[in-house]
Design a binder for this molecule. Structure first.
Ligand code: AMP
Length: 174
């Protein structure tokens, strides 16, 4: 979703990000997936709604997976997170765990919504258990920015396991 609609007006935020908007809307115009904070005061047949919505980035690959526009092998879903298998696995188990809301990386996620960051970790732990990784262990990592080798700029944890993974970094990098 790249827009928040209200009666008589349309707020478009093509780059993604927070939109705070207060106005009169019809109930049917509220898109459940985009409203994250909402205060409602009753009126005569109308609602006055003040809400803060986070809109996803239309050209973000992982937002499109969340929206169901691009297929993925989903292994776990919660109200706020999604876990799906990496299309190019680097280990016998390689699952990506993402917040459904768009945050560019784990730094903006952790600072912008620490509770949601915790939900990503909880989902990753649940997937690790589902995949039988708790006994032998696993690796959970967030590539971040250019030096971190991040390629998809929607925060995601890589859950890797199912075999010994070796050292975290090549010794030449350390
Ligand atoms: P990163 O380098 O940390 O940004 O990781 C991005 C990951 O997304 C890579 O491991 C890719 O293999 C993975 N990836 C890219 N496209 C898809 C897709 N359509 N479905 C699942 N995983 C994907």
């Amino acid at each position: 979703m790249d827009a928040v609609s209200g009666r008589g007006r349309r707020v478009v935020w093509p780059g993604g990000g927070w939109v705070t908007w207060c106005g009169r809307v019809g109930v049917g115009e509220l898109a459940a997936g985009c409203v994250v904070g909402c205060a409602v005061r009753g009126g005569a047949g109308r609602l006055r709604v003040s809400y803060t919505a986070r809109v996803s980035t239309p050209d973000c690959l992982f937002c499109r997976i969340v929206a169901g526009e691009i297929p993925a092998t989903v292994v776990r879903e919660t109200a706020t997170t999604l876990a799906f298998r990496d299309i190019d696995p680097k280990a016998p188990v390689h699952v990506l765990v993402i917040p459904k809301e768009h945050y560019a990386d784990v730094a903006t996620l952790g600072q912008g919504d620490p509770a949601l960051a915790g939900e990503v970790l909880a989902t990753a732990a649940a997937v690790a258990e589902d995949e039988g990784l708790l006994g032998d262990g696993f690796r959970l990592l967030f590539n971040t920015g250019a030096y971190g080798g991040q390629e998809v700029f929607h925060a995601h944890a890589h859950l890797l396991g199912g075999a010994p993974l070796g050292p975290m970094l090549a010794r030449s990098v350390a």
